[in-house]
Design a protein around this ligand. Sequence first.
Ligand code: PMP
Length: 406
Amino acid sequence: MALLDKFNALRQASAAVISDIGLLPFGVGFDAILSPTEAVWRGRRVVMLGSNNYLGMTHDPDCVDTARRALDDWGRGSTGARPASGTFSLHRALEQDIAAFFGVDHAMLFTTGYQANLGIIGTLCGHGDVVVLDRDSHASIYDGARLSGATVRRFQHNDIGSLRQILESLGPDRASNCLVAVESLYSMLGDLAPLTEIAAICREHGSLLLVDEAHSLGVFGPSGAGLVKAEGLMDSVDFLVGTFSKSLGTIGGFCATRHDIEALRVAARPYLFSASAPPSVIEGARTALARMEAMDAERARLLANADRLRHGLAALGLRVTAGTGPIVAVMLDNLVETTCFWRDLLEEGVYANCMVPPATPGGVFLIRCSVSASHDDSQLAEVLAAFGRALERRRSVSDAAATVAR
Ligand code: PMP
């Protein structure tokens, strides 16, 4: 049973968290989703502050309508991978929409954003190549690099000097045949990549650049096209990867590029060997992409909501990471403090994400909040009041501990 025994340490760690705080942060299940910003947990309403529903698009009536119609017209699933029976006119239409949206010639859909990184990075690169990653990259970027069999080099997070050093150390031949992969808005700390500088260094060394816009699509830039477009870098970015599971409110991934990647349709294993997304998802995503372009008011509201939360939490005396987008992370000191605070917050009616090492960069402990344009003023006030009460609980516990120690 050695295969199972190696999970004993994880089992014990989970059991210890449950015995300390009464529930497991990664095991929360909701009884119902009431709206983009409210859910039911253990029979009570909670404000959702932990989803990536940046534009509230999960419940957009137009998207729901088109998804429902596709369900009626096409059935529930494709039951096949794209190269076999899983390509419908809808999949091709969405690929054309994405290519047109980004002004490039090629777009390739994947069933999830995770698979998009796996399929693009893992297939473009191979043994003998080099993938250079920002150290804080998402697991899907790491896993794509691993799948490729290429040599993986990591540069310090958002550190241009560190990137430059690695590319220079590779020498001109290898540097000009390597893939640099970064995110534009990092999902843990909510900070932005210095894309303009990164693109300039890649150009200087002839390296290809992949940018994962998972969290910035729909949030930044003209028509919500993301940071690459906002910074005028479409010509400098070779592969733009994105997901439908955040601002677009459904599931799916894509790569948009000016390079001819059509051959990857018969080479990328995550594309070749996994069923394509169901028609309802594809049609919902198409409508969401079109809706997203016209959502400037929601984007302004989203960023204003994030600012309000950021300032409100700082005013309560919490340490909030610097950031400009919808991810607002509060830093705490250790595992016990973070899990207790997270539980208190949930009991006070707010679900945020509890993020602890090894999932976090630099071993930080975070309560990670994701704001939505759909949060209204009263919900934000409710959230800040709940944080205030959770802080009070923490203070009374430490006061009691200090009294006992005396
Ligand atoms: N890239 C990044 C940067 C992400 O944060 C995520 C999801 N958390 C993904 C890719 C994967 O997206 P999906 O949920 O569509 O698999």
